[in-house]
Design a protein around this ligand. Sequence first.
Ligand code: FEO
Length: 398
Amino acid sequence: MITKNITPSVYYTGVDDHTTPLFESLWPLPYGVTYNSYIVKGEATALIDTAELNSYEAYLSNLLNHGIDAPEYLIINHMEPDHSGCIPLLCERFPKMKIVGNRLTVGMIKGYYHIEDDTRYLVVKDGDTLDLGAGRVLSFHTIPMVHWPETMVTWLESEGVLFSGDAFGTFGTTDGNPIDEHLPGIDVFMSEMHRYYACIVAKYADQVQRALTKLADKEIKYICSTHGPVWHKHVAEVIATYNALSTYKVEPGVVIAYGSMYGNTTEMAQLLAERLEAAGITVKLHNMSNTNLSFVLADIWRYNGLIIGAPTYNGAVFPPVAALLSALEGRGLRNHVAAAFGSFTWAGAACKKIAEALAGLSLDMPAAPVEMKMSMNPATRAALIEMADTLVPAILAE
Ligand code: FEO
């Protein structure tokens, strides 16, 4: 069943994007992405968030098809251009429409879109309300850094609808059928939620926790995020998922992320994988040269074990693995059992630098790093087996 009516006063006006290859020009979109936006109708009408600029025609068409010709308000929960991109064109189209946002939001609109006329804005603070009439009252609640400083959520108490911005969002299009209980393949969206979180939100885990605490007293019936399905049937599950992700509640298992130019470091990674799998541990083996970083990050935020290995390259870590280390440092990875291995031909550097990077994140590192010269030999084999055997109880202890 296809329905875009979320509740009697809330209507979905989002757009499916099947053509953009990389979200934020970084993250692959094998299932596409949506830019979700909504209408709330009381006696007055409010639009909530817009869409990416290239989707303007489709977005406007959705509004016009719903009879929107003079909305009173445009509420901006989040200013990243995938949601704010249509603000200027929409303001031209609806010259009497007020833009509703907090002080930081208004500063960003002026900075990005140069809408300087202050009479266009209705500036709100944390906890302020906006009465649309007919019993529809919206309230605004700031959730800074989930995922920009200005971000807020909008709450419609009368129907239990939370307009959550990026929070609880996920990659994947809904193809005109936005509500979760009508969508096939919900497992893909849940899996993509891990990848979305690990790539985009993970740095702000503490702020996500603060946001969840702030929203805990609300009886949420619908979560209208800016990406992916409208959550209704799965509200409790997605809140639990966000709680688990932002508190690093990871499952037992190991990601082995490695680089290798000629197969020698691959041999080290495979030996570790075989030994750990033989001990009954789930292993995700990722060659960083041919796996997009986003899928590796998603697995790292799912499992509690992390082993990283690379050859030495220009006196440093092989670049695809160095990119992973940088991504982990940027996100402040926590609560993992970690280990390092590496290889070299004439002067070792990678193994030491990987171990230092992991130690810099204050991860639990019970096993000694293993460094190999040129190719596999009995001493390296024995050291890797010892590494795996040392990690097993630490991983299974979760
Ligand atoms: Fe979907 Fe942070 O924008």
